[in-house]
Ligand binder design. Structure first.
Ligand code: GLN
Length: 286
């Protein structure tokens, strides 16, 4: 018979993965590979035990499992990640969307009126996940997404097409702003900027440290709030009177972010994430 029995193949590769992952994780990874590489969803994996894959697919799986064993995050292996119910292409030029950031989108969304053409900035958009999820939720909004990385923006543009939304993408460095955008009015500013201090590297997972882009993750120990300060400096004069700035923050920096906001005459509220850690801040004109 042509090809390989799916169930047997799955069992074989799960056993290889168990050398480095828990049984449960190994099974989950195999499920994701079959689904995201070949479109064979979990239901078919279970209901069609005689399903076969061809040699090319087998070789692809072999290669994917090798990468997983080397510590590459599964989303980079498949090139796919899910965020706010949407599918995104991802690669090592951008951060894999996180569940905390989905929570940020939910929180921001709760305060956005859907009947007006509001202007939204997403600063440091990466994959475009925040901007695209907001554009999907608020079809009347004008969403502008900025990033310093042209490579990330290239993927973010494709993600907007994939999800059939209009987002304006702008390449600019918030620390050295050149774009015209910064002179325009804005109603909502959202950002998940780099916020992990260099000294926190020691506590991080190898797969994050070795594969995710450091420019999207790290800030210097001596100035961990630089992105927040700079974003607030740019956004505050442009912000409408009922506008808001929303940040994802380092769980250890809630008080410092609140202090920064108050120094800039803003009203600040810090919120916990689903793990009970201070993770978000909303700021508005006092
Ligand atoms: N939450 C991410 C992590 O823990 C970091 C995101 C960021 O630096 N903006 O890896």
């Amino acid at each position: 018979m042509i090809g390989f029995n799916l169930n047997k193949t799955k069992r074989y590769f799960t056993e290889l993965l168990v050398e480095q992952f828990l049984q449960r994780e190994a099974e989950q990874l195999m499920r994701i590979l079959l689904e995201d590489l070949f479109g064979i969803d979990q239901k078919r994996q279970l209901m069609e035990p005689k399903l076969r894959i061809d040699e090319l697919q087998y070789a692809q799986l072999e290669n994917a499992v090798k990468q997983l064993l080397e510590g590459v995050p599964v989303q980079y292996v498949t090139g796919k990640a899910y965020f706010d119910g949407l599918l995104f292409q991802v690669n090592e030029s951008l951060l894999i969307p996180r569940p905390e950031t989905e929570e940020l989108v939910q929180k921001v969304s709760a305060g956005i009126p859907s009947d007006r053409p509001l202007r939204i900035w997403d600063i440091g958009t990466g994959s475009g996940c925040i901007a695209i999820a907001l554009a999907k939720r608020f079809p009347l909004a004008k969403v502008i997404a900025l990033d310093v990385s042209e490579a990330a923006l290239e993927t973010a543009r494709q993600n907007a097409l994939l999800n059939e939304v209009q987002v304006e993408f702008v390449c600019d460095d918030v620390l050295n702003p050149q774009s015209e955008i910064w002179n325009q009015p804005v109603d909502f500013v959202v950002s998940n900027p780099p916020y992990i201090r260099e000294s926190e590297k020691a506590t991080m997972e190898r797969n994050v440290l070795e594969h995710e882009p450091h420019t999207a993750l790290f800030v210097p120990d001596e100035d961990p709030l630089l992105f927040y300060r700079q974003i607030l400096t740019l956004a505050k004069p442009q912000l409408s009177s009922d506008g808001f700035v929303w940040f994802e923050i380092n769980e250890a920096m809630g008080e410092e972010v609140a202090q920064l906001g108050r120094e800039m005459d803003l009203e600040v509220v810090v919120y916990n994430d689903f793990l009970g850690k201070p993770r978000f801040a909303s700021l508005r004109g006092a």
